[in-house]
Design a binder for this molecule. Sequence first.
Ligand SMILES: Cc1ncc(COP(=O)(O)O)c(C=O)c1O
Length: 365
Amino acid sequence: MTDFKKLAGKEIADIVPYKPGKPVKELERELGIKEAIKLASNENPFGPSPKVKTALKNFFPEISRYPYGDAHYLRTKLAAKLEVPADMLLFGTGSNEIIELAIRTFLKDGEHVISPAPSFSVYSSIAQAAGKTCKWIPCKKDFSFDLDAVLAAVDEKTRMIFIANPNNPTGGYTGDKKLRAFMEKVPSDVIVVFDEAYVEFADAKDFPDTMKYLDAFHNVFIMRTFSKAYGLAALRCGYVVADAMAIDMMNRVRQPFNTNMAAQVAAEAAVEDAAYLDKVIKKNKKGRNYLQKEFKKLGLDFVKSQANFILVEVGDGEKVFNELLKKGIIVRYLGPGLAKYIRVSVGTMPENEAFIEQLKKVLGK
Ligand SMILES: Cc1ncc(COP(=O)(O)O)c(C=O)c1O
């Protein structure tokens, strides 16, 4: 027998596999029900812009052709929108691939990444898969990032720091003043990746406009995605804005056709439809306010969210998660580190109301 575990090595065998939210169809099959509700993966419940659907239909006859390796048209369009030169942009198969490209390009043997915790677990699984490590620095009691502790953990082997803003799974954020003060202290050869997967939903007055950081701090990477507010999760398209030399280096590492053409076409149409994005953001805000108000009424503590999900304290998170599953509602239980919590994505209003109704039953309220 071939021992593949041994062949892969300890670093690979020790990776904790990413556990995605349960798909709706899977739960419906298990329970024999028809209308399960998924509020587990921070997706856009309203779907993409109608312009995306038209663009995909028009694109269909072209699927026998390779995609544009450099995502030329999408890159040019987005660069104009973001007001940056097009050579400061690179696309990936979801922002997950950007995380991987950044780590593979810039981390040498023995170097590591740092992230406040709890945050997006993929930082450490990708680092580990590349034979590197991720140092998790616990955040404060209120779930705000302890950036002094992050700075204290930086040593000569630190190459990259991930700052998710808004953070997942808490939904909280780090304000402009705190983030700038942090950036002033980070050595210039340590890359700081702002993971802004949920940035479109953030509306706090002091939420940082990190595009403005790029001139002052050349070590800043701004990573975003079309999976959330733009509603294109299935197509896998994310991007990073960074110094042109950094992009040049990552371009050498990425696969020649890494971003598929359906994703490029759809993302281009999505970027053009600012009015639709605006509607999605407004609907999310309404749903987020509704859920937070209901949690207050129920006497449940939660982290005030700047994203499209909320971390709420329910007592026994795993039990509540399982009880909700039985009622056809999929939320997220985040493991023993956040045992008292569940994370719920903001859905459509009927979905939000159904969730609250079932949560009340589960909690006996
Ligand atoms: C904080 C954060 N970063 C990155 C991602 C990756 O998103 P994608 O690969 O779909 O762009 C996610 C997805 O849930 C996320 O929550």
